[in-house]
Ligand binder design. Structure first.
Ligand code: NAP
Length: 388
């Protein structure tokens, strides 16, 4: 197998390193925008060189972003080359189109590293979905936010201070919005739901609330009551729709997610025969992510054909039936919130069960009046509860 490697950053360099010295899979050409120094393969700044090279049978896209990644991946598939990508943005937006293109050209499209970095999540989800009906997927799918929440529970520290530490350690980007506002985990959830349920969800239909406004005082309230707060993505298959959302969630001490430390991920699926299965590991980083890219290459080299799913049933996102109690800390006046209030947690409200759709519809109003407002779904029963 001969590779055209698009991108030579964190993941691209990792793929190059892991493949160094192998005879079965070789990087033949790297696409780059700047001088990369001495390489054991060719380098080009022109994608056409890779497309026109009949010796390159597989393209690895690890550039990121939508364009030119979409144009390059589409051209590679159309040219009859297999594609492996780690690009969640690309797969989330164009999964259906790229799958159709791969199918039309009889080539394989894989993107295991796009969700869960080094965790073999999509490959196992694909296997599970071919034998049982998957009823739900989700969990902790972003290492940056887990690092921040874990540090805030371990020490009495404010969000901004932990974020700066995460940036110094390389766990958070200079612009951390995609992570802390939940967009990264939303994309991973949408790709997972596509594979699990054979549906195509639209980004604009999956509501997201991140952790930007969580405070040390919020965490003190949670800890006093035996809860751990994590940013959780969840998608659930309903009769003829899917419930899907991303929100901070308070978990009982016994929940598996509560124990996930530092920048690790924990992602779970539930199926009719297998019950719950959870996968834990490094959701990002050079070598964990490159490891899954190389696993996809090995699968293709071993003859694996196709993609994770090829049937995309039309499907609505419907969060009206997903009911949670919510912790809400806000100074905004909101009669609907007052009507739903059940408990007072030192000045913050915990509501009766309300729908995810209703709470996320209230959020813009709360945030407009008080941009520091914070909400979290309450799962399980806190200190004395069993794991949930
Ligand atoms: N890093 C992780 O841990 C991780 C984990 C899971 C998934 N991913 C995904 O993997 C992808 C790559 O991430 P990364 O962290 O490796 O990014 P990165 O370090 O920023 O590397 C991107 C590489 O692509 C190159 N590139 C970008 N646009 C290009 C273009 N138009 N033509 C040629 N080269 C181009 C960049 O070149 P320059 O150096 O010239 O800018 C750089 O070498 C992203 O989709 C990301 O979401 C990353």
């Amino acid at each position: 197998m001969n590779i055209g490697l698009l991108g030579f950053g964190v993941v691209g360099r990792g793929v190059y390193d892991i493949l160094a010295g192998r005879d079965d899979i070789r990087v033949r050409t790297v696409l780059c925008r700047r001088d990369l120094g001495a390489l054991t393969c060719a380098a080009t700044r022109d994608m056409q060189d890779i497309l026109d090279d009949p010796g390159i049978d597989t393209v690895v896209e690890v550039m990121g972003g939508l364009e030119p990644a979409y144009a390059y991946v589409s051209a590679a598939l159309a040219a009859g080359k297999h594609v492996v990508t780690s690009n969640k943005q690309l797969l989330c937006r164009y999964y259906k189109e790229l799958t159709a293109l791969a199918k039309a050209n009889g080539v394989t499209l894989r993107g295991t590293a796009a969700v869960g970095g080094g965790i073999p999540w999509l490959t196992n989800l694909e296997k599970a979905a071919r034998v049982n009906r998957i009823s739900s997927v989700g969990g902790i799918l972003n290492g940056t936010t887990n690092f921040i929440m874990d540090a805030m529970h371990k020490g009495d520290v404010e969000f901004g201070d932990v974020l700066r530490r995460a940036q110094e350690l390389g766990y958070a980007e200079a612009d951390p919005s995609a992570d802390i506002d939940g967009w990264d985990i939303q994309r991973k959830l949408i790709i997972s739901a596509s594979v699990a349920f054979g549906v195509c969800l639209r980004e604009e239909d999956v509501p997201v609330f991140g952790i930007r406004s969580v405070s040390a005082a919020d965490i003190r309230r949670f800890r006093q009551r035996g809860y751990t707060c994590k940013l959780i993505a969840r998608a659930e298959r309903l009769e003829d729709s899917v419930a899907a959302y991303v929100e901070p969630t308070l978990l009982a001490a016994g929940a598996l997610e509560s124990a996930v430390p530092a920048n690790f991920n924990l992602v779970s699926m539930e199926g009719e025969y297998m019950g719950r299965q959870s996968f834990y590991g490094q959701g990002a980083g050079r070598y964990p992510t490159a490891y899954n890219v190389v696993q996809d290459l090995m699968d293709i080299a071993g003859g694996k054909a196709g993609f994770y799913t090829d049937s995309f049933a039309p499907c609505e996102t419907n969060n009206a039936g997903a009911l949670h109690r919510y912790y809400v800390r806000t100074t905004a006046a909101c009669p609907e919130l007052d009507a739903a209030a059940q408990e007072d947690w030192d000045g913050a409200v915990v509501t009766l069960p309300v729908s995810v759709a209703h709470m996320h519809a209230l959020l813009p109003r709360l945030l407009e009046a008080d941009p520091e407002s914070f909400i979290a779904a309450v799962q399980g029963g806190g200190r004395d509860a069993e794991g949930c």
